[in-house]
Design a protein around this ligand. Structure first.
Ligand code: GDP
Length: 309
């Protein structure tokens, strides 16, 4: 298979790792990174897009590598001042990070689309890959919990540190929303479609729920490959394995593969796991990405593997 144009669907931290590896190998607009916006929310009137910012900060190499999000070395003077005013601070907004939210909110108020805002920010950050929000519409993810009922995503994820027990997930407005024209065109032109090792239920499902994206992807007879976020029965980070258990699934790579079903025709899983499938090509390799080298190596391995299809 001749691979030129690659589309990757990504969430935040796990998605950013693969996106980074791909961007080192495809340093052009041939790489399109489509990003989840189900985590987006408003705080003090500011529009915050956690997954988009994680991708932008990672691709521009300004990310705080310890956390995997936020700007390296960022200060928190603004937050400390708010705390002094008696505010309950539960979401961290660094001072440099704040500039991103201010400019984004300002541009949105002036009539720009989120796609235009992200394109502008990516360009100013020196990013050559195309970074696209999956939609310009608001499609907030709601998490139904046993302890607190339905919570907005960030309230569940950050305020309650994903500890509540989840019994359902809902993507408000997603069915009525449309993917952007840019996303539609990128999917239509892709030589291969990758689903990053992002949380299938909380990062990937919110994208697949937007308009007819799932049908658009299914209609493409090209490699459609997901990478497991579950290694050895555990999430590398975050609530994926815990959530799978709460929703009644075994926390395994096999569950992830079964969850994607016919959407994928290829699946990358970790060397320490076992999966089986009839109609899906399987690739077993080391999928843990710790160093920058690991990220490039996994991206290269996947592209080489797909190239041999
Ligand atoms: P979030 O929105 O910041 O939670 O980020 P994502 O949904 O993109 O990524 C979270 C998922 O990434 C988790 O389920 C992790 O298990 C997975 N993940 C993180 N690092 C790695 C890694 O190095 N390798 C693999 N295979 N998965 C990873």
């Amino acid at each position: 298979v001749a691979l030129k144009r690659i589309v990757a669907l990504v969430g935040g931290v796990g998605g950013a790792k693969l996106a980074y590896g791909l961007a080192q190998l495809i340093p052009t607009q041939d790489l399109t990174v489509i990003v989840n916006v189900g985590d987006d929310f408003e705080l003090y009137g500011l529009k915050i897009c956690p997954d988009l910012d994680t991708i932008l900060y990672t691709l521009s190499q300004r990310v705080d590598t310890t956390n995997g999000w936020g700007v390296a070395g960022d200060t928190t003077a603004m937050l400390e001042t708010l705390r002094g005013y008696g505010e309950d601070i539960w979401f961290r907004l660094g001072d440099q990070d704040l500039a991103t939210h201010l400019l984004r909110t300002h541009m949105l108020h002036n009539g720009h689309t989120l796609t235009q805002v992200v394109t502008h920010l990516a360009q100013r950050m020196g990013i050559t890959a195309r970074v696209l929000p999956v939609t310009d519409a608001a499609v907030p993810t709601m998490i139904d919990t046993i302890e607190h009922g339905e919570l907005p995503f960030q309230t569940y994820f950050v305020r309650h540190r994903w500890q509540p027990q989840v019994r359902g997930v809902r993507f408000v407005g997603a069915a009525q929303a449309q993917v952007s024209a840019e996303v539609r065109a990128a999917v239509a032109a892709a030589d291969a479609i990758l689903i990053a090792p992002s949380n299938p239920w909380l990062s990937v499902a919110p994208m697949l729920a937007v308009g007819d994206l799932r049908a658009q992807l299914l209609a493409r007879e090209v490699p459609r490959v997901a990478v497991t976020p579950i290694i050895g029965g555990r999430a590398v980070k975050g609530p994926a394995a815990k959530l799978m258990g709460e929703l009644g699934f075994a926390p395994t790579a096999q569950t992830v593969l079964d969850y994607y079903g016919t959407l994928v025709n290829g699946f990358v899983y970790d060397a320490q796991d076992q999966v089986s499938a009839d109609d899906v090509r399987l690739y077993r390799t080391n999928t843990l990405m710790q160093s920058g080298e690991d990220k490039v190596k996994l991206a290269q391995n996947i592209l080489d593997w797909i190239g041999r299809w």
